[in-house]
Design a binder for this molecule. Structure first.
Ligand SMILES: Cc1ncc(COP(=O)(O)O)c(C=O)c1O
Length: 471
């Protein structure tokens, strides 16, 4: 070992080294380097602990993936056990025990027609696999012309270039046109009338069942139908985040919208892909969002909560009908020529199996649904009355609201005022970690967050937003 490696590194040195060596995702370095970073050293249940020993409630589930809190004994024990067996072995040309067991469990708990599990290692790769599967499916079914995709405006499906193409968003991806492919887009319910007419804020506050949201869902479906009527023969798949669009700003859809997309895909003979990377594993009040619509997609993507937020692992599930199109003689070259080194990693699979056990043993889905209702009451009590908040919305334990200069006219604060970011720094002073999307404040605690901590999260957020928007 070198001298540097054995020396005790103090927090100040870590901060300097962070600024010197690291390049953080989705982060402007000029802003990042202007203050000391919060450096996480360990976690205790629903709290992260920094190098100075300060504890913070994890209000965004470590980027939307933690489910039962950190260091759950059942999960860490399973990880340690698997470590003693084998920590990595490939899915290319070999199989392994936890990959097989997990595939069976996932097929059992996802909608019935999904029967095949393809492993990868992130939400982006799960979507990339879905994209290739849908494209190749039609080629191998003799319909090469079905090579285009339909997605929701403002969708986010990940950061690999295929998933960026599907989820192209102007603020993030301007300038990438030359290396992405074009998709056909339609407006999601939250961008359709009557939601975007000014009555939307009220409609969304009331929850996902409101007549306004239903009507907006119907308007959105009308757009999809028009698109499919015009371009239907060229469409390989319609790709949606079902029930809630996450990175667009936690915007809900009524279940009838998800059902409508399924019906239109059937009517126009195209595939339906559901990206449940964010919505899966109890976050919307059911295990999977599609359950609330009674819908089975042809292809479904899962990641994040699959391992309860402990390790990178992802799956793309497909129906037998889709899988069958990939069968043939070797020389037909019909196999899915795709695979990632760590796809289906055994440690990840063992972790996911333990995660599913905890779901069963602790009734996490029911707890999450109940915690979501409590969250809704607390948001209405503490966030809605604030002078600079608007458009409060929530599905399960996924919630967001806008921070606006003037909620009545919809006027935003100047971007560089960084009001939501100021609220993040205020929240840290109160021992809470939150992370916004621009001036949209997102709260996404683990579904299993205890009641008392839900109170703390919402009240600390309300105080922080009030402080950050004063003056
Ligand atoms: C709906 C959705 N799809 C895909 C992704 C990409 O997942 P990952 O960051 O694991 O690549 C995300 C990430 O937030 C997501 O919300």
């Amino acid at each position: 070992m070198t001298e540097t490696a054995t020396a005790t590194v103090g927090p100040r040195d870590l901060a300097a080294d962070d600024h010197r060596y690291l390049w953080h995702p989705f982060t402007q370095a000029e802003e990042w380097n202007s203050h000391d970073p919060l450096i996480v050293e360990r976690a205790e249940g629903f709290h992260l602990v920094d190098t100075d020993g300060r504890r913070y409630l994890d209000g965004v589930s470590s980027i939307w993936c933690n489910v039962h809190g950190h260091g759950h004994p059942r999960i860490t024990a399973a990880m340690k056990e698997q470590l003693d067996r084998v920590s990595h072995s490939t899915m290319l040309g070999l199989s392994h025990v936890p990959a097989i067991e997990l595939a069976r469990r996932l097929v059992e708990i996802t909608p019935e027609a999904l029967t095949r599990v393809f492993y990868s290692d992130s939400g982006s790769t799960a979507v990339e696999v879905a994209l290739r599967t849908a494209f190749q499916y039609w080629r191998q079914r003799g319909q090469q012309q079905r090579n285009r995709f339909v997605t929701l405006a403002e969708a986010y499906h990940g950061d690999t270039m295929g998933s960026v193409s599907l989820g192209f968003s102007e603020p993030f991806h301007r300038g990438y046109g030359a290396i992405t492919f074009e998709v056909f887009k339609f407006n999601p319910p939250w961008m359709c009338e009557p939601i975007n007419e000014g009555s939307g804020e009220q409609a969304v506050v009331a929850g996902i069942e409101t007549p306004a949201l239903e009507a907006a869902g119907a308007a959105s479906l009308a757009q999809l139908e028009k698109l499919l009527a015009e371009k239907g023969e060229s469409i390989a798949a319609v790709v949606i985040e079902p029930l809630v669009q996450g990175a667009a700003g936690i915007w809900p859809q009524p279940p009838s919208f998800v059902r409508g997309v399924r019906e239109l895909c059937d009517r126009y003979g195209t595939l339906m892909v559901c990206d449940e990377v964010a919505t899966g594993f109890g976050r919307t009040g059911s295990m999977f969002a599609v359950e609330q619509a009674g819908v089975c997609p042809d292809i479904m993507c899962l990641a994040k909560g699959l391992t309860a937020g402990y390790l990178p692992l992802a799956v793309t599930l497909a129906t037998e009908q889709v899988f069958d199109a990939f069968r043939g003689r070797y020389s037909d070259y019909k196999a899915l020529f795709h695979g990632h080194t760590y796809g289906g990693n055994p440690l990840g699979c063992a972790t996911a199996l333990a995660n599913l056990d905890v779901f069963d043993e602790e009734n996490t889905v029911e707890t999450g649904a109940e915690r979501g209702r409590l969250m809704g009451e607390l948001l209405a009590e503490h966030i809605a009355p604030l002078a600079h908040t608007a458009a409060l919305r929530r599905v399960g334990t996924m919630a967001a609201f806008e921070i606006l200069k003037d909620p009545d006219s919809g006027l935003r604060f100047a971007t560089d005022e960084r009001r939501a970011y100021r609220a993040v720094l205020e929240a840290r002073k109160r021992g809470v970690i939150i992370r916004p999307l621009g001036d949209t404040m997102v709260l996404m605690p683990p579904p299993a967050l205890p009641e008392q901590l839900m109170h703390e999260l919402v009240t600390a957020t309300a105080e922080s937003v009030a402080a950050a928007t004063a003056g």
